[in-house]
Ligand binder design. Sequence first.
Ligand SMILES: [Zn+2]
Length: 129
Amino acid sequence: MLQTTQWAPDTCQCRVSYSWDDADPDDQRVYSLVAIDTRCSRHASMLIGDTHFAQIMEENARKNKALGRLEATQPQLFAVAGDGSFLGQWRFDAGHTLRFTLPGIGTTGKNQFLNWCNSNLGIGTVAID
Ligand SMILES: [Zn+2]
């Protein structure tokens, strides 16, 4: 059955509605844009429609994959107690680059993370401040 979800990504202030079929397995779901309810200032100049939807989906997935990589390789960046929250910071700059602050991580660890990001998420799509 076709479902409609209103999505407020944690990567920006955009709000969109998309549809998906709950008969499809999780890993085969196709998300189709229904409506863009709000566009944030960083995405305000993008073409309305699938281009914008693809951009915010990509940014959210990129952030999740990068955080997943950090959790696997630099577990000290995540709180041991409570919700395991990230102890560093991330943000997207005006050019849609994902920028991290990684307290306590040395040059080697930063370079290893950036190399992984360049190989897996796109060259130059992630930076460390
Ligand atoms: Zn946005």
